[in-house]
Design a protein around this ligand. Structure first.
Ligand code: ACO
Length: 428
């Protein structure tokens, strides 16, 4: 018979402890009983960057990094990308089940009717410098929304919580598009409620003087698929920020601003911009072998390759590669695609990449598509933040409803000085 326990012997004292194992995991608090004497605080575990620590139980998103599998609420990402829509997936991620037609219609109606932002929020954008980064504007405007909806601080009120969730999902594209329009000096476009979630986003981004904007169906659908692929990715840096900041019981606008700030970093949502820079620098197919040599000599990294969790082809990258063709059929080819395809072909045959299990990740092809759609690189992290809003919110709700969660407050190993007497400035 197997015992679902771990026996630990403390060689300092010779004592043994039996620690329960649940879901292949031990509880860090079970280590606290391990002490050398009664005054001892007890054993802790040390895990900078949470590389081997589960911060929560979750039922939202599952990744099998070795097999290259990604599922939302048990549904494979490939099926959702093929057959679903972003708003349906958003409903699934938030509620745990796919909606009926009536539920989807009501959900779509509600999201569509919360897309407008207060005119004072519009003025907030005017206050930014002409060349302000759109991600900085998005983060600031998300936090600013908390001042327009002060009832949002009542996070225990389920009705109010649901309303704020709808507002955040509905207004994220509006804030993003207003940030873009400000950064290029164009007038803001108000939402068009007759359009789909992504069709309206394209309208707010690209409408010029025509009376009615008609989104190109292929681009509208491609963007919808990209949004599905980015909707959630379990406990990544931004989501961890949402949960950690949200654990103080702050309102969801401020928590979402913190999550977006985490996403802004080049190690997280900024990698697709680095891919474009890299492909532009390589410039032509002839230069690829020399670039690969530089990667192998550790002078540069092959951006858009490798992942902390995926040790196989990122399933999202496979889908993105396919929709790239559909986008380029409308926009015309992006010459960087040929370089990317050849780079991938050579890398996947090379021992350096094979041994380290380095495959293209979601960012390898997404930037090329966004660029072909006419988006400047500064907008790439914004394009990630819009769909990730639903993931942040679902994870936030899961955290609030979890009785085991409390304010996030890690321990430290203090290695600094102790018990020093203050020395007056003339004595130093
Ligand atoms: N190019 C070249 N070598 C690489 C790359 C790469 N892109 N990624 C990893 N390696 C090598 C490392 O040098 C290391 O080799 P070594 O064992 O000989 O020292 C080995 O592969 C393992 O790499 P780590 O850095 O330990 O892997 P980690 O899990 O910490 O890093 C990361 C993952 C940050 C994504 C890394 O692969 C990377 O920097 N990739 C490029 C940036 C990128 O595309 N980021 C987007 C990630 S997806 C997202 O956030 C949405």
């Amino acid at each position: 018979m197997t015992h679902e326990t771990l026996t630990v012997t403390d060689n300092r004292t010779g004592k043994s402890y039996e620690i329960p194992i649940t879901h292949d995991t031990i509880r860090a608090m079970d280590l606290r009983q391990i002490k050398v004497n009664e005054d001892d605080f007890g054993m802790m575990s040390y895990d900078p960057a949470f590389k081997n620590t589960a911060s929560t139980k979750s039922t939202i998103t599952d990744i099998d990094g070795d097999k290259g599998i990604l599922q939302y609420r048990g549904y494979p990402i490939e099926q959702l990308a093929e057959q679903s829509t972003y708003l349906e997936v958003a409903y699934l991620i938030l509620n745990g089940e796919l909606p009926t037609q009536a539920e989807l219609d009501e959900w779509t109606r509600e999201i569509t009717h919360h897309t407008l932002i207060h005119e004072n929020v519009k003025q907030l954008f005017d206050a930014f410098r002409y060349d302000a980064h759109p991600m900085g504007m998005l983060i600031s405007s998300l936090a600013a929304l908390s001042t327009f909806y002060p009832e949002a601080s009542n996070i225990g009120d389920i009705k109010s919580r649901d309303l704020q969730i709808k507002r955040l999902i509905a207004k994220a594209p509006t804030l993003a598009a207003f940030a873009y329009r400000h950064s290029v000096g164009l007038p803001y476009n108000y939402p068009d409620n007759d359009l789909s979630y992504t069709g309206n986003f394209l309208n707010m981004m690209f409408k010029m003087v025509e009376p009615r904007y008609k989104p190109e169906p292929a681009l509208e659908r491609a963007l919808d698929v990209l949004f599905i692929l980015h909707a959630d990715h379990e406990q990544n840096c931004g989501t961890n920020a949402m949960r950690s900041v949200g654990s103080s019981n702050v309102d969801p606008y401020c928590a979402a601003a913190a999550a977006a700030a985490a996403l802004y970093g080049p190690l997280h949502g900024g990698a697709n911009e680095a891919v474009i820079r890299m492909l532009t620098e390589i410039g032509s197919l002839d230069n690829i072998p020399a670039f690969i040599e530089r990667v192998k000599n550790r002078e540069v990294r092959l951006m858009g390759f490798g992942h902390r969790v995926y040790k196989n082809y990122d399933p999202r990258a496979k889908i993105i590669k396919r929709i790239a063709d559909e986008v380029f059929a409308v926009t015309g080819a992006n010459p960087l695609l040929d370089i990317a395809l050849e780079l991938e072909r050579i890398a996947l045959e090379d021992d350096y990449f094979i041994e380290r299990k380095l495959y293209p990740n979601v960012d390898f092809y997404s930037g090329i598509i966004y660029q072909a759609m006419g988006l400047p690189t500064a907008m790439f992290p914004v394009m990630f933040a819009i769909p990730r809003m639903v993931g942040w919110l679902a994870q936030w709700v899961e955290m609030l409803d979890d009785d085991e969660q409390a304010i996030a407050r890690p321990r430290q190993i203090y290695l600094g000085a102790r018990n020093r007497d203050y020395v007056s400035i003339d004595q130093r």
